[in-house]
Design a protein around this ligand. Structure first.
Ligand SMILES: [Zn+2]
Length: 282
């Protein structure tokens, strides 16, 4: 089973995770820029983070045979903090870089006017840079948030076929399908989707435009949830080709819209800026 995890925050994960992911079949992933839990107090800490997503993290992934890509954006939550919004002006410099395969994650957290501004501005940036967009949907008021998100997408210069709506569930899947966007589902250990609910959705709505991710991060999460979904699909009677479509070909098609996917992990470099995962450089 070959797996492309289209949404996982490896910055928060260990080398054991990389090893287990490779063993489970993960060969490529996308790491979206997101909120780190601790509020950032200046734009500069975003730039160091973005540089890590483009340098250190792909280096780490390559040590374990996994191709790493990222998406860059000012995340919805921190779009509300005026100390952070100057990041919007610096994004074009990052969106020009080869490892960046989309603008994201953008979208709504609390659905504030500041989030409206940041979402519209970043959809525009995606259109200008020829990139697709990864759009997070809010965890509270899900359907209202999704409808408002789709309205903003429709008013933007970015066609729905270049937008991935993420963190969907049973309450939002039909509205998302009707929008013409791609659909993302985050499968978590306790909350949001689990693998059986995911299989039920795929059984009802089919496998086209459907992406499954672990969204593993610093919270309770599991980087092998993609594999678990593949196994649950097979157990429910889906074919190996169906599993391959959901876990590999769909994410490749969506992020391939950037023209920047490199699906073979690069030959691992010995060092990144003089440092290695072995610390001593040995
Ligand atoms: Zn995320």
């Amino acid at each position: 089973m070959r797996i492309f995890d289209p949404h996982i925050h490896m910055t928060s994960r260990t080398t054991d995770d990389y090893e287990a992911m490779y063993e489970a079949g993960v060969r490529a992933l996308v790491e979206p820029a997101f909120w780190l839990g601790q509020p950032r107090t200046s734009p500069d800490s975003f730039y160091d983070y973005f540089d890590a997503l483009l340098g250190w993290e792909p280096y780490r992934a390559a040590q374990y045979g996994i191709a790493h890509h990222c998406t860059i954006a000012l995340n919805p939550k921190e779009a509300n903090d005026p100390r952070c919004t100057p990041v919007l002006d610096e994004l074009p410099r990052y969106l020009a870089k080869d490892g960046v395969v989309a603008v994201g994650e953008i979208g709504y957290d609390a659905m504030t006017p500041a989030e409206d501004t940041a979402l519209a501005a970043q959809l525009q940036l995606a259109a200008e840079h020829g990139l697709p967009a990864l759009v997070h949907t809010p965890h509270r008021d899900k359907l209202t948030g999704l409808r408002r998100t789709i309205d903003v997408v429709r008013e933007s210069a970015l066609p729905p076929g270049r937008v991935l709506l993420d963190h969907l569930n049973e309450t939002t899947v039909e509205t998302a399908l009707d929008s013409g966007c791609w659909l993302g589902f985050s499968v978590y250990p306790d909350t949001k989707m689990d693998e059986d609910r995911m299989v039920a959705i795929l059984t009802t709505y089919g496998t086209d435009r459907m992406l499954v991710n672990s969204a593993a991060d610093w919270g309770k999460s599991d980087p092998l949830k993609t594999r678990r979904v593949g196994e649950a699909m097979l157990a429910a009677g889906f074919s190996a080709a169906d599993v391959d479509q959901v876990l590999w070909r769909n994410p490749v098609a969506f992020y391939g819209l950037s023209g920047r996917l490199r699906l073979n992990a690069p030959v691992p470099a010995a060092l990144h800026e003089g440092n290695s995962v072995l610390r001593g450089g040995e």
